[in-house]
Design a protein around this ligand. Structure first.
Ligand code: PGA
Length: 247
């Protein structure tokens, strides 16, 4: 089993002054190394500066999204190659906020994951059901369908992760029960193995949605939880560190 991956998603938060949080995190991990892989995904404007600030540390830097093309007339977009050039090692694709606000579908997410591979980045492919889908008893089916559509076949030989992020748990303080998390992670694992064989058995499946210091140990201890994707609690080094130490 690979070391757990604890990735922080800063979303549209962070100015130059906030790089101090990344430096504080790196300093703490240099003093007492973690048994996990750790990544921070800042907004694109901070990525190169954060990568420079963390160059000597074990903390990886990632993007929050990428375009599927390597370059071209796509005003406002950033390609996977650009992220890699700026110092990124990973990229989040298919976050529910992008699926909801920009209408990204599974095929687009799969194309972005392939673009990440092309650029040598490790994609973190996000899936997760809405509250209405959960209440209708469709969570496992929805998530399995998203995995089938969003994880491209070509991922087999390279590092990637899937993040299960129930939409209703993101930024709300709500989390599923441990049993519910384990049921979805087991369904994701089955779907990955069906699609990719041995490579599907290896990829870490992260949980995301209101992970905080108080619930991290229990969530990270659940079956098939191979790490966490952390939003709000990754903005402050002390909180994020407490989550990392809980793994
Ligand atoms: P949250 O966000 O930890 O603030 O709930 C998680 C995410 O959206 O990745």
């Amino acid at each position: 089993m690979p070391a757990p991956l604890i990735a922080g998603n800063w979303k549209m938060n962070g100015l130059a002054a906030d790089l101090g949080e990344a430096r504080a995190l790196a300093a703490a991990l240099a003093e007492t190394p973690a048994g996990t892989r750790v990544a921070l995904c800042p907004p694109a404007t901070l990525l190169a500066r954060m990568a420079d600030a963390l160059a000597e540390s074990a903390v990886l830097v990632g993007g929050q999204d990428c375009h599927s093309e390597h370059a071209g007339a796509f005003t406002g977009d950033v390609s996977a190659e650009m992220l890699a050039d700026a110092g990124a090692r990973l990229v989040i694709v298919g976050h529910s906020e992008r699926r909801a606000a920009y209408g990204e579908d599974d095929a687009q997410v799969a194309a972005k994951a392939l673009a990440a591979l092309r650029a040598g980045l490790e994609p973190i492919i996000c899936v997760g059901e809405t509250l209405a889908q959960r209440e209708a008893g469709a969570a496992l089916e929805v998530v399995a369908r998203q995995v089938r559509g969003s994880v491209p076949a070509g991922l087999g030989e390279t590092a990637f992760a899937v993040a299960y992020e129930p939409v209703w748990a993101i930024g709300t303080g709500l989390t599923p029960t441990i049993e519910a998390i384990e049921a979805v992670h087991a369904a994701i694992r089955r779907t990955l193995v069906e699609a990719l064989g041995a490579a599907g058995a290896r990829a870490p499946i992260l949980y995301g949605g209101s992970v905080k210091p108080a619930n991290a140990a229990e969530i990270l201890g659940a079956a098939e939880v191979g790490g966490a994707l952390v939003g709000g609690a990754s903005l402050k080094a002390a909180d994020f560190l407490a989550i990392i130490r809980a793994a």
